[in-house]
Design a protein around this ligand. Structure first.
Ligand code: ADP
Ligand code: MG
Ligand code: ZN
Length: 632
């Protein structure tokens, strides 16, 4: 503490010294030419005219702003003007050169008047000292820890206290009037939220039994999938007040304001309880705290305040904190602990059925010609989010108005699909028919290899709805139990499964696509780890040949062996992956009828469950594969 104190004093002195020197220098520079002459202000275009008429003799471009001073005439007839330059006029220099105007002239800064003088001689130093005060205030806060009392450097500089208080009226609660009926699809999410609704409706029931209801739930999913809408619907269903604030609104310029806002928010919430507090885009505050010195302590302080509020509030009253993010991986783990956002509710992009349902909801708001087929729109928009679909309907309505019609036609709808999708292609990936087919085979390839390998977890879902992660589809496998050890056979099976996507493409289309890049990366990583870390290769046995480059950041590997060995490792890794590739090719060759059938089914349905998949695969039509006995 003493050391810190000393350091702080020394740096304070240093900064005061710098401030004085800076002040003296600036006032010297500005004060030396404060001779007041008459100055006329003219428009920039008349300035350009004067240049073109060769009236302008000299220009001072060195004022550092877009104000410039120039002179006309010479000797006694010299006149000084100022004008405001157009932004980014990069033809000026050339123009001045053409008309032989001295562009580097030192023209006395005559725009100074008495008040500007006053400002420079008194305002500037005050500003500098304020700046130092603010800076030291920040430093002290940091040094005192997050919950340290707010220090007011020097007492007289007016920073700190006053600004740290947030205006309580900033955050208002509202009745949303939105219900689950307004949210189409997202049945799983709604089901998870149902319990929160019932808790908010009658917290007493839960209190009586002593049940602890979730304090927080995190809605996770790509943008535009209805996270905000769902949160509002929870409030609407339960008929409670809805407090909404964006995570970015907490991150303020002044220290302590974010934290104060959080305090305020929860104070108001507890007055209005039962209620919902919704923090949109929580990743703005809730980013992983890092230990590096450059960390943003304002954000951290806000996050800490949020955590302590969530731990502290009296849950008997019924306050539920919902938050939404599309970057869950960047969240601080502390936020996800029990008692905080311990429920994670995925809000995914809608599949075909979901898309049609969403279109229907929004179609209710506009007048449509009878006999409109929304199914076509749904089928032609794989990868579109709920927001995209709402937008399509709206665009169609706008188009109808433009065309002078009173009702939306099918043509309006199909046209607006193009507008919205083509406009938003980067945001939502929409695949061509052929690409969809390739992805279907690719994913089915993974799934069939997974189902026929003994050491592989059961397939629980296959989908070709593109993800914001960049994946065009995925095959989800869910282990029956959690397990912590992986056998060599399981690892090999896993490599085969990873090769299954590419193998299916090769087998059916005789072509390769870039879609396997991620699979290849994972397969190679696993094979390499088998050789260098897990001692699973016959060639090297139980020798550690490498270790992960960074324990916390993941990523590459650091070899701990000679160069010659490194080459042999590469060969061994290659052999392992190739073995998996061959297994995959063989398996899919044997089951190509099922591969065709399931791939086509998937292409049509876009998302199928593990059950649907297994039903087709094991249906006894003479093509069913011999299934492995599930590992005991
Ligand atoms: P997010 O918060 O996930 O980015 P929003 O809740 O803000 O998405 O959704 C934006 C808009 O898109 C909503 O206001 C609604 O009009 C529409 N929308 C999105 N998902 C759905 C859905 N499942 N059902 C109905 N409308 C939806
Ligand atoms: Mg939102
Ligand atoms: Zn794949």
């Amino acid at each position: 503490m003493d050391m810190n104190e000393n350091k702080r004093r020394r740096s304070m002195l240093l900064y005061i010294l710098i401030a004085i020197v800076a002040y003296l220098a600036i006032s010297q520079a500005l004060g030396s030419n404060l001779t007041a002459t008459h100055v006329e202000e003219v428009s920039y275009s008349s300035f350009l005219n004067m240049v073109d008429n060769n009236e302008v003799k000299a220009v001072d471009l060195n004022t550092g702003t877009n104000e410039l001073t120039f002179t006309t005439g010479e000797g006694d007839s010299q006149k000084v003007y100022t004008t405001t330059m157009w932004p980014n006029d990069d033809t000026l220099i050339q123009r001045l050169n053409e008309h032989k105007v001295d562009a580097d002239a030192q023209i006395p800064d005559t725009s100074n008047n008495f008040w500007l003088m006053m400002l420079i001689s008194y305002g500037l130093p005050i500003l500098i000292f304020l700046g130092i005060g603010w800076w030291l205030n920040r430093r002290m806060k940091k040094a005192m820890g997050d919950d340290g009392p707010s220090m007011n450097f020097g007492g007289g500089f007016g920073m700190g206290g006053g600004l740290g208080k947030s205006n309580a009226k900033e955050i208002k609660g509202e009745e949303t009037g939105v219900t689950f009926k307004d949210v189409a699809g997202q049945d799983e999410a709604k089901e998870s939220l149902e319990e929160i609704v019932s808790f908010l409706k009658s917290p007493e029931k839960y209190n009586e039994i002593g049940a602890r209801c979730p304090r927080g739930a995190l809605l996770v999913g790509p943008p535009g999938t209805g996270k905000t809408l769902l949160a509002k619907a929870v409030a609407g269903e339960a008929g409670v007040t809805f407090f909404q604030i964006a995570g970015s609104a907490f991150v303020e310029m002044f220290v302590g304001r974010g934290a104060a806002k959080v305090r305020d928010l929860f104070k108001q919430a507890s007055e209005k309880a039962p209620c919902i507090v919704f923090i949109d885009e929580i990743d703005a505050v809730g980013k992983r705290r890092d230990t590096s010195l450059s960390s943003n302590d304002e954000r951290e302080q806000t996050l800490n305040q949020l955590l302590s509020e969530m731990d502290g509030f009296d849950n008997h009253k019924g306050i539920v904190v919902l938050a939404a993010t599309n970057r869950p991986e960047s969240l601080d783990p502390a936020l996800l602990r029990p008692g905080r956002f311990d429920r994670r509710i995925p809000v995914e992009l809608p599949d075909l059925v979901g898309r049609e349902a969403i279109l229907k909801i929004h179609a209710n708001d506009v007048k449509m010609e009878p006999g409109i087929d929304l199914g076509i729109v749904a089928r032609s928009t794989p990868g579109a989010s709920g927001a995209d679909l709402a937008n399509i309907i709206n665009e169609a309505a706008l188009r109808a108005v433009r065309m002078g019609r009173r009702r939306v036609t099918q043509e309006d709808l199909l046209e607006s699909v193009d507008v919205v999708i083509a406009g938003e292609k980067k945001k939502s990936t929409v695949l061509s028919q052929h690409e969809k087919e390739v992805v279907s085979y690719h994913e089915t390839g993974h799934a069939i290899v997974a189902a026929t390998q003994k050491g592989s977890a059961p397939v629980s879902k296959i989908t070709i709805v593109p993800r914001t992660s960049g994946a065009l589809g995925f095959t989800m496998q869910v282990e029956e139990d959690e397990h912590f050890l992986t056998t060599r056979q399981q690892a090999k099976d896993k490599i085969a499964v990873l090769c299954g996507g590419r193998a299916a493409e090769e087998l059916i289309f005789g072509e390769m696509t870039t879609g396997a890049a991620n699979d290849i990366e994972k397969a190679t990583q696993l094979a390499r780890a088998m050789v260098t870390q897990y001692g699973m290769s016959d060639k090297f046995g139980m020798v550690q040949l490498g270790q992960p480059a960074s324990r916390y950041l993941g990523g590459g590997q650091q070899l701990t062996c000679s160069e010659g060995t490194a080459q042999e490792i590469d060969a061994e890794v290659q052999a392992l992956v190739e073995e998996g590739h061959q297994t995959a090719l063989r398996t899919l060759q044997e089951n190509r009828f099922k591969l065709h059938e399931i791939a086509h089914y998937l292409q049509k349905k876009e998302t199928i469950t593990g059950e649907e998949f297994m039903n087709i695969l094991t249906r006894d039509d003479g093509f069913a594969p011999k299934m492995p006995k599930t590992a005991e």
